[in-house]
Ligand binder design. Structure first.
Ligand code: PGA
Length: 241
């Protein structure tokens, strides 16, 4: 099985030229499934031996100025969509209910949602990590049928670790992974829980990635900042074992 590496470029880089340069520089090894999520507007002019994904989507079509639906993403060949990233939740008031609507719309199109969950600093300090994850997954998957769950990717991304250089210990991450597997097992059974991929995100780099993959046993990682820096990102890809 290949490790899933999701490169989330967020609202970067500034120009299509820079975007093309970054993508051209990527060297993905054979043991990696690389999903690159650039700003959507760049995708038609990007070429590379990678799959492209979306950083977000909307759950409907029609009079929703500025939005893009899963059907549209599918029609241009995208397969993966990030949902409920903490930047969407914090900066754009995205609730669990909205994330849930998006999940259903994405799964309806047989695309693969990457649902992000994770506690913020205050929640961590008051030991609410598991409670928060339970709520985000419970509500995020509300009404999602059993046969759809096997295609889902869950990204554990502690909010305090995103873009901060701080990162969780492999031990803590493994505990969260086990907890998430149990939640899925209880709701959907052992087979579904085995199939669901669980990845980690938050200040992942070439020095800490091995501890997430081999020590914490994650199926992959979601990389933000480092994915924009070609040399560092290739070092990270090289360290995938
Ligand atoms: P980061 O971002 O790697 O810059 O911390 C992670 C993310 O986008 O979730």
């Amino acid at each position: 099985m290949k490790f899933l590496i999701v490169a989330n470029w967020k609202c970067n880089p500034k120009t299509i030229k820079e975007a093309q340069k970054i993508l051209k520089g990527y060297k993905a090894p054979k043991n990696v499934e690389l999903i690159v999520c650039p700003p959507l507007v760049f995708i038609p002019q990007l070429k590379g031996n990678v799959s492209f994904g979306a950083q977000d989507c909307f759950y409907g079509e029609g009079a929703f100025t500025g939005e893009v639906s899963p059907t549209m993403l599918k029609s241009v060949g995208l397969r993966h969509v990030i949902v409920g990233h903490s930047e969407r939740r914090v900066l754009f008031n995205e609730t669990d209910e909205i994330a849930n609507r998006k999940m259903k719309a994405i799964l309806q199109e047989k695309l693969i949602p990457i649902l992000c969950v994770g506690e913020n600093r205050e929640e961590r300090e008051s030991n609410e990590t598991f409670e928060v994850i339970k709520r985000q997954i419970g509500e995020g998957l509300d009404g999602v049928a059993k046969d759809k769950v096997k295609n889902i990717v869950l990204a554990y991304e502690p909010v305090w670790a995103i873009g901060t250089g701080k990162f969780a210990s492999a031990e803590k991450i493994q505990q969260v992974k086990i907890f998430i597997k149990k939640l899925i097992n209880t709701k959907y059974g052992a087979k579904a829980s085995e199939k669901v991929k669980i990845i980690y995100g938050g200040s992942v780099d070439s020095r800490n990635i091995a501890s997430y993959l081999s020590d914490a046993g994650m199926d992959g990682v979601l990389v933000g900042g480092v994915s924009l820096r070609i040399k560092e990102f290739n070092q990270l890809l090289k360290a995938v074992k």
